[in-house]
Design a protein around this ligand. Structure first.
Ligand code: ADP
Length: 489
């Protein structure tokens, strides 16, 4: 199958979140299954031409941008590192040569983001034409490229290369929808006849994600539970009704884990490698972590790890509201993260007030993330919503038992402990309240105290769980076939 990916990010070229992982990894596994995948990305300033060996394709590419006329760009060609997968970068310095991908250094979204990503969306289709590449499926991601299905339906169906192309939209986070003033219709250039409630009109504005849901041949998200939640008012971010109506087959496909990077048996970042047959190494990593973060070295004190963006989505406000009650349970909490400034101030203050119980490192530190996941006993994720979540899957692989709110991918990847049978791989709670977090951690701690042999069994079971990219790619392949079939009928 010929497959075209259009995305705002793809690792290792550019990665802000989970979208970048999926767009940079899934194509490799699709390639292994024999598909021909090509990827279109913007050439952001941070993507180094030399480092990635990018070379220009001769001749400029014209991208029609409605009332703004045709904008010209260069196409740079490279390969997804370690593969033969072609990647095409749209080179337009005025749009993409900036320090950030979406936001300026103060964290504010660029004022021309709608224009930038419509340029990418339409540019992806123009790139396929330029290359005479006829994709059976075009896989678009989040609002940034969600206009592609509409562009196809409105403007490209007479092109022999694109007339049969099916579209798949994957929603990595429903919170971001690409909502802009209605004047964007002029730049979109598909005509105002698309500005109505059955298309991309949304409370008198333009909603690009909504247009992708309506025009896409298939819509997916990154876990089965999130797929169900998205169709409810609580999690639907005002698009639940649209999803129920236009995406009745909404599919949830879990992201995979890179077990080359996340393997406690050969992790170069951690103090001592260990496997499930000898968990003593885990204790050494715990002591190393306690030492590194200035906490008292005590094997008997359970360590609860957190590695997270410090934002509303991750429930950090709820953790803040009960932090002292949690620390009074006799545990140590280790937090690595960055995000909202109140959280930086708050958690640094707690760290200075309770240095024997709480250690906090603000910033982005992959090496420390590995050490925390290896050295902790429990791993806390009280997310408000969690489309997939990766860190709980890493924690499982390291025998660090997740304590999670049962939402989205957390619900799908963690099995709740059952005291009667000893089954499970972690501990779940349902309400996002301080009491629920305190009670569930207390429950986990009581199991640690009273049934150490059960904890060992839980750890071993957790370490045996796998969320492989092979499985994920197989499920996307089925989705592509479904979308392609729909286009034929
Ligand atoms: P999200 O994409 O919503 O932030 P995920 O759990 O899907 O949450 O992925 C988060 C990824 O970012 C994981 O790979 C995690 O290890 C990493 N990460 C998050 N915060 C930090 C940090 N402060 N330092 C290092 N890695 C981090």
């Amino acid at each position: 199958m010929n497959i075209l990916f259009a995305a705002a990010e793809a690792a290792p070229f550019v990665k802000v979140g989970g979208l970048g992982d999926v767009a940079g990894t899934l194509p490799r596994y699709l390639r292994d299954r024999g598909h021909h995948v090509r990827i279109v990305l913007p050439r952001y300033g941070a993507i180094d031409r030399e480092r990635f060996g990018l070379s220009a394709i001769p001749g400029p590419l014209g991208v029609p941008m409605g009332s703004s006329g045709t904008l010209w760009c260069e196409i740079l060609e490279g390969r997804l590192p370690g593969s033969d997968i072609p990647v095409y970068f749209l080179e337009r310095r005025d749009l993409f040569d900036r320090s950030g991908v979406y936001d300026d250094p103060s964290g504010k979204g660029y004022g021309d983001n709608a224009f930038r990503f419509l340029f990418l969306s339409r540019g992806a289709l123009e790139t396929a034409r330029r290359l005479s590449f006829s994709p059976r499926v075009i896989h678009v991601h989040d609002w940034h490229t969600a206009a592609v299905p509409l562009y196809l339906d409105a403007l490209y169906r007479r092109d022999p290369l694109l007339e049969r192309s099916a579209t798949v939209l994957t929603i990595h986070n429903l919170e971001h929808q690409g909502i802009f003033p209605r004047e964007l219709m002029d730049i979109l250039g598909t005509g105002w006849q698309h500005f109505h409630t059955g298309d991309l009109e949304f409370y008198n504005e333009v909603n690009l994600l909504k247009s992708g849901i309506i025009h896409g041949d298939a819509v997916s998200t990154v876990s089965p539970t999130y797929a169900r939640e998205m169709t409810t008012p609580e999690f639907g971010c005002r698009l639940d009704g649209v999803l129920r109506t236009y995406a009745p087959d909404l599919t949830g496909i879990l992201n995979g884990v890179d077990y080359e990077e996340w393997n406690p048996e050969k992790d170069p970042w951690i103090f001592q490698p260990y496997g499930s047959d000898d968990l003593s190494g885990k204790g050494k990593n715990k002591a190393d972590l306690q030492t590194a973060l200035g906490l008292p070295v005590a094997q008997g004190v359970p360590v609860v790890g957190m590695v997270t963006r410090l934002v509303h989505q991750k429930g950090m406000d709820v953790v803040a509201s009960v932090i002292h009650r949690l620390l009074d349970l006799g545990i140590q909490i280790v937090l690595l993260g960055s995000g909202e400034s109140w959280a930086h101030d708050f958690f640094s203050t707690v760290a200075s007030e309770r240095p024997n119980r709480f250690a906090c490192r603000l910033g982005y530190d992959p090496a420390l993330a590995h050490r925390i996941i290896a050295g902790s006993d429990l791993f806390l994720m009280p997310s408000r919503f969690e489309p997939c979540g990766l860190t709980q899957m890493f924690a499982l692989r390291y025998g660090t038992l997740p304590v999670v709110r049962a939402v989205g991918g957390l619900n799908d990847t963690v099995e709740n402990f059952d005291g009667a049978t000893g089954a499970g791989t972690g501990f779940k709670f349902y309400d996002l309240t301080g009491d629920a977090v305190v009670n569930t951690l207390s429950w986990a701690l009581s199991v640690f105290r009273e049934s150490p042999e059960m904890v060992t069994a839980l750890r071993k079971r957790a370490m045996s769980r796998r969320f492989s990219w092979e499985d994920t790619a197989g499920q996307y392949e089925l989705l592509y076939h479904r979308a392609a079939k729909k286009r034929e009928t």
